[in-house]
Design a protein around this ligand. Structure first.
Ligand SMILES: [Zn+2]
Length: 457
């Protein structure tokens, strides 16, 4: 079975894609993405003081906007006797209560901004950030800012506009409409290795495509890239060195990084983000800490008692999306822990540094026919499909048996578990027995990590 997608136009030179198709697409799509990218390319070199000021102005703008247009925040401000003017400096931030995932889940309609028509907003569903399902919306301009920021950090890792790339994801998107197909061929130029079904054949096909198309940069979940590198290492396969590797969406463990860098003779660029706000931070070419995407998000590090943490102190990560007017998210707790540093990066960029992050870990699980399944992708897929499941964790102690720790959520019915079992059997086969355990929560480990899937085989 073919595990990758793509067509003949992949043969088009990357400079044509970069210099012709990208700009033409922006005009066709009435998008400001490239314009925003250009401004981000400049602003990253500004002094940190200047960037802080710019960020604060954006924060005040979105605060004002949310107060006037988001019924949830209007009420929150009113209940606390606050107005946007109550926030004069960063020290005033704790005045505004933190927004949690459950607040969003239980009040979704009230978060949405009144001037926007919900049908015109872009919808996203998440399951991967903490194994917690959530429906989200954002406006088109916000999407352009998010995409531009991602492109900027892709370029730090050695990728550039127009370059064909390899991606290791579960449930890779398939181009449906003609517009999507054209975009896929001319701009995205991606070949996928589907991490829902990793085996010797799918890896061989993907390696073949990488060499055929001279793919120099790959993207994927940190653990998926590690499994891929480990297979290549164990099978003693020969691969051409890469120019860049971007590991994202989950924790990149140090032994994983070491092996990936050895196999591909290339540095790994660690990146941190989430569906709710997009890119939060990314390593630059110096690979020493991650630069915060400060033009688009304001990141705080908050102690249990609600006060701001000191430099290098692990604390809860709380973010404000500075661009999303469609569904403002202010002081949103991601459920990961992290710390910041005030040191200046050797690259010279003024963007602040996220020093450490402790978050998501998910093992690969195994099917009886020998395929490996990326736990993070599996959780994402099932949580976004099955209604009524708030959070889940998969544990595999035996090949033919899967234990599911499941937290009931809004909309749960007797049917929810049956649908969940059906989804899992589609991946693991009908012979696998699936035991669902009703639990109140999936506890975070002491170090702040969430383990979505545990494979003890
Ligand atoms: Zn740097």
């Amino acid at each position: 079975m073919q595990k990758f997608y793509g067509g003949s136009l992949m043969l088009c030179p990357s400079f044509i894609s970069k210099n012709i198709f990208y700009p033409v697409w922006d005009i066709w799509d009435k998008s400001k993405k490239l314009q925003v990218l250009k401004s981000l390319e400049k602003s990253q070199w500004k002094e940190s003081v200047e960037l802080e000021l710019y960020q604060w102005q954006r924060f005040k703008d979105i605060l004002n906007y949310a107060y006037l247009n988001s019924p949830y925040y209007k009420k929150l401000f009113d209940n606390k006797g606050l107005t946007p003017d109550s926030f004069r400096t960063r020290a005033d931030l704790p005045l505004l209560p933190i927004t949690r995932k459950l607040d969003v889940r239980n009040n979704l309609e009230k978060f949405l901004s009144v001037p926007y028509d919900k049908a015109e907003l872009i919808q996203a569903k998440t399951g991967g950030s903490t194994g917690f399902s959530l429906e989200l919306y954002f406006d088109k301009a916000c999407q352009e800012h998010r995409n531009a920021a991602a492109l900027r950090s892709d370029r730090w890792a050695g990728w550039n506009l127009g370059m064909v790339r390899g991606e290791l994801w579960g449930n890779p998107p398939r181009a449906g409409s003609l517009k999507e197909k054209i975009r896929h061929e001319l701009l995205d130029r991606v070949f996928y290795l589907d991490t829902m079904q990793i085996n010797g054949d799918s890896i061989a096909s993907f390696l073949n495509v990488c060499s055929q198309h001279n793919i120099e940069v790959i993207f994927g979940h940190a653990h998926s890239i590690y499994i891929y590198a480990k297979y290549i290492h164990e099978q003693r396969l020969s691969v051409a060195p890469l120019k860049g590797i971007i590991a994202t969406s989950m924790m990149l463990l140090s032994h994983e990084r070491e092996l990936i860098e050895k196999v591909f003779a290339c540095k790994v660029t660690n990146r941190y983000g989430c569906e709710e706000v997009g890119l939060i931070a990314c390593e630059c070419e110096k690979h020493h800490g991650m630069h915060i995407n400060a033009e688009n998000v304001l990141v705080e590090f908050i102690r249990e008692d609600g006060t701001a943490a000191d430099e290098n102190e692990m604390a809860k990560i709380v973010v404000t999306d500075l661009r999303n007017q469609g569904m403002p998210l202010l002081r949103y707790q991601i459920e990961d822990m992290g710390s910041f540093s005030s040191r200046v990066c050797a690259c010279g960029r003024g963007l602040p540094l996220l020093e450490k992050v402790s978050g998501r870990v998910a093992d690969f699980l195994k099917t009886s026919n020998g395929d490996s399944v990326a736990g993070i992708s599996l959780i994402e897929r099932t949580l976004t499909k099955v209604i009524g499941i708030e959070q889940m964790q998969l544990v595999q102690d035996e090949l033919e048996r899967l234990k599911v720790n499941r937290v009931k959520g809004q909309g749960y019915t007797d049917n929810s578990d049956q649908i969940l079992i059906g989804e899992l059997k589609q991946v693991f086969g009908d012979d696998v027995s699936i035991d669902i355990w009703d639990v109140d929560s999936i506890p975070q480990l002491a170090n702040g990590k969430y383990r979505f899937s545990i494979c003890n085989l």
